[in-house]
Design a protein around this ligand. Structure first.
Ligand code: HEM
Length: 265
């Protein structure tokens, strides 16, 4: 067996073990249904009584792989770059912490008040612009199309790199490479001068990211909880080297120093 086949089988076994745990709960009478979270819905479809609607094992595993990858690596990467940027921009770290404490105090963030996090939203957008986790969008031309001066033939595979619009000084100004969350103070539309293509970290069109709201909410919760507890500064061992490795990753990791805001912790 090829190594790639072995790896693929390993991943399939790992996913099916998790699925089996869900199934066992129903078989053993510990739960009445497979659950109404995303995995539960997939397992339900896997057991659909109508054969035509039933999800195959391959599709079940593929869906789990997609959501694990799409949901895990992207948010990890975004959080890592935000922590890095706040570590070197202490003023924004302080502003974000003040906002979090004002809204949530020391309580666990709740969804009702999440929309009040204006400063944090600006920081998230600016990090997505500078170090958005996704490298680009894949597209295929269905027919011949003209793109600016280029004529693209039909059936051409394209990778539209996000860094092109996100780092374009014509769209963002000469300070395009600087971390300036204030660009987004009045929202995305104003920041981009109503040009939807200028900022598209979650893609564009009918197949854009389905996890966008989930990802931003998750990021806000985690970041709020870090800021409620620690100050962040950059370790002298850090070496800056972002590389596109499926997501945009820090090649040597991001080493930061966390100091508790409370003496007793
Ligand atoms: C910061 C976090 C994330 C970023 C930057 C991101 C970015 C993207 C991008 C650029 C696309 C392609 C869109 C297009 O081609 O127009 C995409 C698709 C997708 N994302 Fe995300 N994503 C993130 C988080 C998530 C999360 C948390 C989930 C799931 C829980 C998720 C699930 C998906 C799925 C399933 C697709 C494919 C949608 C389709 O083809 O219809 N993503 N994402």
């Amino acid at each position: 067996m090829l190594e790639s086949e072995e790896l693929s089988k390993g991943i399939q076994d790992c996913v099916m073990k998790i699925v089996k745990k869900r199934e066992d709960k129903v078989v053993n009478g510990e739960a009445g249904r497979f659950g109404n979270d995303f995995l539960g819905l997939l397992v339900n479809a896997y057991h659909d009584s109508d054969e035509n609607n039933r999800l195959s094992t391959e599709d079940l595993v593929d869906e789990c792989k997609t959501f694990y990858f799409a949901g895990q690596d992207t948010v990890n990467s975004l959080l890592a770059w935000i922590v890095f940027l706040l570590a070197i921009h202490g003023d924004w770290q302080e502003k974000a912490r003040r906002e979090v404490i004002e809204i949530f105090g020391n309580q666990i963030p709740n969804s009702e008040e999440m929309s009040k996090l204006k400063i944090m939203t600006m920081i998230i957008y600016e990090t997505l612009r500078l170090y958005g986790p996704s490298n680009g969008m894949m597209r295929r031309t269905e027919s011949d199309v003209q793109l600016g001066k280029l004529i693209l033939p039909a059936n051409l595979d394209l990778l539209v790199i996000h860094a092109a619009p996100h780092h374009d000084p014509q769209l963002w100004g000469d300070d395009v490479h600087l971390f300036k969350p204030e660009r987004f103070a009045e929202g995305i539309a104003k920041a981009t001068n109503y040009n939807a293509g200028a900022f598209c970290p979650f893609g564009l069109g009918p197949r854009n990211c389905v996890g966008m709201n989930f990802a931003t909410t998750e990021t806000k919760i985690v970041l709020s909880m870090i800021l409620q507890r620690y100050t962040i500064s950059l370790s002298p061992t850090y070496v800056h080297s972002p590389i596109p490795y499926i997501t945009v990753q820090p090649q040597h990791g991001i080493q930061v120093i966390l100091e508790s805001l409370y003496n007793d912790a």
